[in-house]
Ligand binder design. Structure first.
Ligand code: F6R
Length: 370
């Protein structure tokens, strides 16, 4: 079943391009008009939505955090992202105009299921983004948009993550369309970028494997890692850190790069590996220069720096001991490519340590208990 791959995880990372392509397929036309007929919520209901709360756990919650940046930018309504187990046991503000989006690969995560039950009892509508047909979460939701990543066998989630971001982006653009807050040609432009992403992910798979593997082998004895990013690079840093904890069993901290001087920089010592997600170098905007100075800061304190950066970005090379390159793409699209070398990195690290890549200790593929 592994089709010649050494592990399901390896196979599934290489299916990232397809997961994005299949999730996009058939959901919009060439004029940029999105049709999510399968959603079964009326346009009227969607028009009235004035707040979104994403509930999810683990990797799925990081996909939600990526989507927050995009949806708030496109639709101009507040998007909160909350861990399902935290959401459930406080007293969240839910109204009939709140759209709760539950993101779940398995569709069986008990924490997420309890959260959506609670949301519906309070009168909010629930939309599930799910990878498993007929599972509990979509069954108990008002609407569902399936991610088409195909079955994910490895415990660590990879292709489902890129598919979740893709599906959440489609929902955001669809909301922008029905609420009439974006011009049709703007939506079309974003869809055009999205359609190019499978090819760009493939570029990373074709070009980065060797350097990622070499770096993993080099750092195999490191006791702890830091991952940092800003804007959409922040959830990518969290996801990269989670992957490394899960399968390489390495203490890893992911955080927003701006937090560095508020505490975490004290952890940086001679040789501490720090992975930094560098935003698009186009126009050299503030976001980019802020991240570059963060790299400088950790480098000055002896860090071993790995940057995930755009091909040909001279600043990202300057203070980096190693660069994992990605092809140029718009900022909001970059998580779809940036996560790929981090998935590979954790896999090679786990392999180098002799761990079972597909079945990490203490973890189950779906967490069906609260
Ligand atoms: C990480 C991972 C977990 C899941 C989380 C939610 O690699 O697999 O963090 O993302 O348990 O699972 P689903 O998406 O099935 O609800």
């Amino acid at each position: 079943e592994k089709g010649g791959w050494p592990s399901f995880m390896d196979k599934e990372i290489h299916e990232d391009p397809q997961a994005v392509a299949e999730t996009l397929m058939g959901r919009f036309d060439l004029q940029g008009h999105i049709t999510l007929d399968e959603l079964h919520v009326s346009v009227e209901e969607l028009k009235s939505v004035d707040k979104i709360i994403v509930v999810a756990c683990g990797t799925a919650s990081y996909a939600g955090l990526v989507a927050k940046y995009a949806i708030e930018h496109w639709v101009r309504i507040p998007v909160e992202v909350e861990l399902a187990h935290e959401f459930r046991y406080r007293d969240p503000i839910l109204t009939p105009r709140t759209l709760v989006i539950a993101i779940s690969q398995s569709g069986e995560t008990m924490d997420t299921l309890m959260a959506i039950r609670h949301a519906r009892e309070q009168g909010s509508k629930v939309l599930a983004l799910c990878n498993t047909q007929g599972s509990s979460i979509p069954r108990e939701s008002d609407a569902v948009l399936y991610t088409h990543a195909g079955p994910e066998v490895a415990v660590a989630s990879t292709k489902a993550f890129v598919a979740q971001i893709t599906a959440a982006y489609l929902v955001g653009l669809y909301l922008a369309q029905v609420k009439n807050v974006m011009f049709a040609d703007e939506i079309q432009e974003v869809l055009r970028s999205l359609r190019q992403m499978p090819q760009k992910i493939q570029w990373v798979l074709d070009n980065d494997v060797d350097v990622v593997k070499k770096t993993a082998h080099k750092l195999v004895d490191s006791k702890a890692f830091l991952f940092l990013g800003r804007h959409v690079g922040y959830p990518v840093a969290l996801e990269g850190a989670l992957k490394l904890k899960e399968i390489a069993y390495t203490f890893t901290e992911g955080f927003a790069a701006g937090e560095l001087k508020h505490g975490p920089i004290a952890l940086v010592d001679e040789g501490t590996p720090v992975v930094v997600i560098v935003p698009s170098a186009r126009n050299r905007n503030v976001l980019h220069s802020k991240v570059i100075s963060n790299i400088e800061e950790v480098k000055a304190r002896g860090a071993y720096t790995i940057t995930v950066a755009e091909e040909g970005d001279p600043d990202a090379e300057k203070y980096a001991d190693t660069v994992f390159y990605r092809p140029a793409c718009p900022t909001l699209m970059s998580p779809l490519v940036d996560v790929v070398p981090l998935q590979l990195f954790s896999m090679y690290m786990a392999e180098a340590k002799g761990n079972d890549v597909d079945k990490p200790r203490n973890l189950a593929k779906s967490v069906t208990v609260e």
